[in-house]
Design a protein around this ligand. Structure first.
Ligand code: F6R
Length: 240
């Protein structure tokens, strides 16, 4: 794993933008695997600023997102589909037809997982962007998820529900289940970029990079990826 430690979140976001823009410049038809959460917001803001200033073209880009809350429709203000539209796609002129995410309202969850598995096979990702859960999760693959997993429905760990409660009015509103891309599929991306910011991620960063490769720490699987880069700020990288 290539490791870049930055002095702060601003520098982390700038370095991450360099990587993403590099992929798009090299291949204007690239497939980008994207993440939600707080960590990529600085990166997304930079991509939007670059698009405005330099006209980087996203008209042929396709995107695939990691996960979606089960039960939330795409127009719901807390859905990940909504998050992506508001924080990235609208700013880059990326149309809904270019994007892919699990359908949180799918009645047949098994069928929805099979649909997403087939889609991921058909759309090999040039890069997969990841955030890191404080418990070591990647996407919503919580500790104990088999490394061979495909798209599945997950019951969120209590720590994840607590971490995500800050984005809801009340913790009781946080959905308890989500659709997530599996670990096997994260590993299939040609390139992986994982971002970690803040002292609350330091333990997870340490276990991911220096710990044993174990399903107890889902992110530790990234030690086995042939082209994975971690960008962490000093606070998140503090235990390395
Ligand atoms: C988001 C996702 C999650 C987050 C992780 C970190 O699509 O799959 O794994 O990347 O929970 O979240 P933040 O960035 O909010 O700390």
């Amino acid at each position: 794993m290539k490791i870049i430690i930055t002095k702060d979140y601003e520098e982390l976001s700038a370095k991450a933008a360099e990587v993403l823009l590099g992929v798009v410049e090299q291949n204007p038809r690239a497939v980008l695997g994207l993440a939600t959460g707080t960590t990529p917001l600085g990166l997304y803001a930079r991509m939007i600023a670059d698009h405005r200033e330099n006209g980087t073209d996203y008209s042929q880009i396709r995107t695939v997102n990691l996960d979606e809350y089960k039960g939330l429709p795409e127009m719901h203000g807390q859905s990940y589909a909504y998050f992506m539209r508001k924080n990235l796609f609208e700013g880059l002129g990326i149309t809904p037809g270019q994007t892919n995410i699990e359908d949180g309202t799918a009645e047949d969850a098994k069928q929805e997982c099979a649909r997403y598995d087939a889609l991921l096979e058909a759309l090999p990702r040039d890069i997969q962007l990841l955030g890191l859960g404080s418990n070591g999760h990647i996407a919503f693959n919580e500790p104990g998820t088999p490394f061979g997993s495909g798209t599945h429905v997950v019951a969120l760990a209590e720590s994840t529900v607590k971490d995500n409660a800050r984005l809801f009015k009340d913790i009781s509103e946080v959905p308890r289940k989500a659709f997530t891309m599996g670990i096997r599929q994260i590993m299939q991306a040609k390139k992986v970029l994982i971002l970690a910011s803040g002292a609350n991620k330091a333990e997870a960063v340490y276990k991911m990079v220096k710990g044993e490769v174990t399903e107890k720490v889902p992110a530790s699987v990234l030690q086995l990826h042939p082209d994975c880069t971690l960008i962490a700020d000093e606070a998140a990288g503090g235990k390395l």
